[in-house]
Design a binder for this molecule. Structure first.
Ligand code: ADP
Ligand code: ASP
Ligand code: MG
Length: 407
């Protein structure tokens, strides 16, 4: 029987009532002839609640123990969903990450999946069970529990679909698919029927949290057909596909925003070879992902070095920088957590000029100051003051996509 991997996010399993509805949906897929492996997130709000508890104890909680704690959210939801399936007569079995050996590296809080042992899953499917696997968690080679980073259940699902050679991976969530902008921010946003893997990678990396970035990279690398759709209706959602010729006609296919970064500036560092390496080496060793970097040389032989890191890591980055301060001869450090990155994404940018200029004009017309800029072949991102995020998304959407632009 063709195998489907279905992933249900936090809101979809946010209450017992919803868990029962999800169970009914899974049974419908079974009835039309699919084998089903289900991946679930923790119930809505649970991961944040657990994080809050850890932070009541420690400002920077020990990372190994934090992962043990956070992984417990998904343990609850796999058990509840499996109970709900059994209750209505569907044989089912839950598994935690370590039980099906979702092996990851040891980067706590952002671990990467290296392999999955599918033996038990395949056996359970053959026995007629729906297999319910805990998302977001794995185990490293020394059997330590790891978590994959926020939104990581998407990655668990796509990785399982890849390792099990599933027909498709369905990501069930609280919106109808991937939209041209976050529908929660931009009422004019429209659902896309299809989006290329590369555009989705850029949208995910710039804040469109409907899919976690690594899940899209996985999907692209292993050619997993991914269908993002609503838990609460049966309408067709958005398919992730390889780039198609017609996609180049569209200049901008999506606008995204991200308030989860913080900006750190090292003030007046000597402008000499080796300093950037000295600064970013320890940050990389601490597995902190630096996003944008700008350096402004001044005439007195010093430079201000500004970079962004995930907000969740900014205290750690700051403490590393404070230790490095004397060695790099910086005059000081400033931090700004009230920033947002706003981005426009589209494969059409490869062949059309002028997108950056238009983006800057649109923001200028609203009096929004641009603090940093970065570009890729198919994306332009700017850092602005966080209070303008929603406004920036709406005016950029209006300018590039419009009320009824073509996609
Ligand atoms: P889940 O708990 O199901 O994983 P998430 O909250 O992680 O759901 O992701 C779904 C949310 O992503 C939506 O509610 C929506 O607000 C947000 N989102 C941001 N950008 C987009 C976009 N371009 N298209 C659809 N949803 C988006
Ligand atoms: N529960 C985790 C989170 O809230 C993983 C996920 O939902 O995908 O980030
Ligand atoms: Mg999510």
């Amino acid at each position: 029987m063709p195998l489907l991997v279905q992933k249900y996010g936090g809101t979809s399993v946010g209450s017992i009532e919803r868990i029962k509805q999800v169970a009914a949906k899974i049974i419908r897929a079974k009835r039309v002839g699919h084998d089903v492996v289900v991946v679930v997130s923790a119930m809505a709000g649970e991961t944040n609640r657990l994080l809050g508890l850890a932070h009541e104890i420690a400002e920077i909680p020990d990372e190994r123990e934090k992962d043990v704690l956070l992984a417990s959210g998904e343990q609850v939801s796999v058990a509840l969903l499996t109970l709900a399936l059994k209750e209505v007569g569907q044989p089912a079995r839950s598994y935690l990450g370590h039980q099906v050996r979702i092996e990851t590296d040891s980067a706590y809080g952002k671990a990467r999946i290296l392999s999955i042992d599918s033996t038990k899953i395949v056996q359970a499917i053959k026995a007629g069970d729906v297999v319910v696997v805990a998302g977001f968690q794995g185990v490293d080679e020394d059997d330590n529990i790891t978590t994959l980073g926020r939104g990581g259940s998407d990655t668990s699902a796509v990785a399982l679909a890849a390792f099990l050679n599933a027909e498709a991976c369905e990501i069930y969530t609280d919106v109808d698919g991937v939209f041209t902008a976050d529908p929660g921010i931009c009422p004019q946003a429209r659902k896309l029927a299809r989006i290329s893997y590369d555009e989705m990678i850029e949208l995910a990396s710039t804040g469109a949290k409907v899919l976690e970035i690594r899940s899209v990279e996985f999907a692209k690398n292993y050619s997993v057909p991914v269908h993002v759709r609503s838990t609460f209706s049966d309408v067709e959602g958005t398919w992730l596909v390889n780039e198609e010729e017609s996609m180049n006609d569209v200049l901008v296919s999506g606008v995204a925003s991200d308030k989860n970064e913080a900006k750190i500036t090292l003030v007046r560092v000597p402008d000499q070879p080796g300093l950037a390496a000295q600064i970013f080496g320890p940050i990389a060793d601490a597995h902190i992902v630096v996003d944008m970097i700008i350096q402004n040389a001044s005439e007195d032989g010093t430079t201000d070095l500004t970079f962004t890191v995930p907000k969740a890591d900014h205290k750690k980055a700051l403490s590393i920088m404070e230790k490095a301060l004397p060695a790099v001869h910086a005059k000081g450090i400033t931090v700004d957590t009230e920033i947002a990155k706003v981005s426009v994404v589209g494969v059409g940018m490869r062949t059309h000029a002028g997108v950056a200029a238009k983006m800057f004009q649109v923001l200028a017309a609203e009096g929004i100051n641009i603090e940093m800029i970065s570009t890729s072949e198919i994306k332009i991102s700017v850092v602005i003051n966080a209070k303008y995020t929603e406004l920036a998304v709406r005016v950029l959407h209006e300018a590039f996509i419009g009320k009824q632009g073509t996609v």
